[in-house]
Design a protein around this ligand. Structure first.
Ligand SMILES: Cc1cc2nc3c(=O)[nH]c(=O)nc-3n(C[C@H](O)[C@H](O)[C@H](O)COP(=O)(O)OP(=O)(O)OC[C@H]3O[C@@H](n4cnc5c(N)ncnc54)[C@H](O)[C@@H]3O)c2cc1C
Length: 410
């Protein structure tokens, strides 16, 4: 394995968060080595992007590659309620008439390869098939990583900063017991891929559709991908989905019976994958950085996939962490305060998305809300596109509270 023996930064994991943070640091002339345990392309769930990824993709020089890709264009999100009634699409362009309002539905195996190749093109030392066994510390300061390659050879690599982008493996969360679970969002998911499912025409072809089960116990995602594939999955409380059930396959079929709008859409389609399942608990680390180390993407926190925010959050935290690291390297300061200087604002944004998720599960009617407060249509769309990091959006939630109070009083 050819690598720089004294990089400024080592990155654990080559998913979207790891690829982003490493590319943006290398762009500034610093030496970055990235270790990914798998060989790409590898399968990953998480296919629907949201528009605010545009700005990070732009900084990564990924936009032209995305435009030239076969990925389906996504212009909107649509909701189907428990009685099968379909909402008007939330067209992102109505809110922001800019090309950033068109985003993509990606096959993650392909997207993640593109991101990692792009990192290598920007000078990142990318090493696939290399697992990080441990983060090395001197006192409470991270000083590097111990790695093992596919031949079983182990080595220690020293660096000024260690970035944990290991996804839900969450190396440092586990080591320091930083995981803060979110008991309100203890969910699971079961999904599969189908070829030949129904898709709308024109601008609606690539819409993500979120469809409630008839008994409101959960919801289905319907995500059209290229090659005539649709990703179709159900999310519900973990116990409901997994306890006392016969098999994931039987549960998937049974839940689909409770969502005729999905069943109809794939009636003429063929399932082309096994049924897959995961627990999909929301969690967050109690801190995003320490002395010489930073967490990004799912290695920092994971939020319920209802509004497809995972890749955006991976890209955004990757970008914010990269800026903090570059500034820190310039100043010779890789303290917790410097490396985590983005945490508070980022967590506020994540909390806004979380609140929107919880309102959906509480049965809150966005249609009713927008009829009562039409001035918030833009704010709701901002939240849905991932433009989360601005305090003025808190007025939306203040008015959701006032509508709930009015409803409780009447
Ligand atoms: C059911 C479900 C549906 C979802 N739907 C969506 C969606 O529609 N849209 C969306 O944006 N997001 C979605 N997500 C979320 C999305 O999948 C994640 O948020 C996103 O992949 C996070 O990117 P990441 O780079 O942080 O982690 P990952 O993409 O998981 O990448 C982490 C990488 O680290 C590597 N790694 C781990 N440990 C080590 C180690 N020790 N050494 C070296 N390498 C290591 C792994 O192999 C992996 O490649 C969904 C998630 C779930 C569970």
């Amino acid at each position: 394995m050819q690598l720089n023996e004294s990089p400024n930064v080592v990155v654990i994991g080559g998913g979207p968060a790891g690829a982003t943070v490493s590319t943006l640091i290398a762009q500034q002339g610093y030496r970055v080595e990235l270790f990914e345990r798998d060989r790409f392309p590898r399968y990953h769930i998480g296919e629907s992007l949201i528009p605010e990824t545009y700005w990070v993709l732009k900084r990564l020089n990924m936009l032209e590659k995305m435009k030239a890709s076969p990925f389906i264009h996504k212009y909107s999100v649509q909701f189907v309620n428990a009685s099968g009634k379909q909402s008007a699409p939330f067209y992102f362009h109505d809110n922001k008439p800019h090309e950033c309002s068109q985003t993509w539905q990606v096959q993650r195996s392909e997207f993640d390869v593109m991101m990692l190749q792009n990192a290598a093109e920007h000078g990142v030392g990318v090493h696939e098939g290399v697992r990080v066994l441990d983060v090395l510390f001197e006192g409470d300061r991270a000083t590097g990583v111990q790695i093992v390659d596919e031949e079983g050879t182990t080595r220690e690599i020293r660096a000024d900063v260690v970035v944990d982008a290991s996804g839900q493996s969450s190396m440092l969360i586990n080591r320091f017991k930083l995981r803060v679970p979110d008991p309100e969002l203890n969910k699971g998911a079961i999904w599969a891929y189908h070829k030949g499912g129904y898709r709308d025409n024109g601008k609606n072809e690539g819409a993500t559709i979120v469809l409630s089960l008839q008994d409101k116990q959960g919801w289905f995602w319907y995500i059209p991908l290229h090659d005539d594939i649709v990703s179709v999955g159900v999310v519900a409380d973990f116990d409901y989905l997994f306890k006392g059930r016969e098999s994931h396959e039987a549960t998937y079929a049974a839940e689909m019976e409770k969502c005729p709008a999905v069943k109809e859409r794939i009636a003429a389609a063929t399932r082309v994958s096994p049924v897959k399942a995961t627990k999909d608990y929301t969690y967050r680390a109690s801190q995003a950085a320490g002395e010489g180390w930073v967490l990004v993407g799912d290695a920092f926190g994971f939020l319920d996939p209802l509004y497809s925010s995972g890749v955006l959050l991976a890209l955004k935290s990757g970008q914010l962490a990269a800026d903090a690291i570059v500034e820190g390297l310039r100043k010779g300061d890789t303290s917790q305060a410097q490396l985590g200087n983005w945490e508070a604002g980022y967590v506020e944004g994540m909390n806004r998305m979380r609140r929107l998720v919880c309102e959906y599960y509480d049965g809150f009617s966005f249609g009713q809300f927008i009829r009562r407060f039409p001035e918030h249509r833009g704010g709701i769309t901002d939240l849905l596109i991932g433009d989360l990091f601005k305090p003025e959006l808190d007025q939306v939630f203040a008015d959701i509270d006032s509508l709930k109070a009015e409803q409780a009083a009447s």
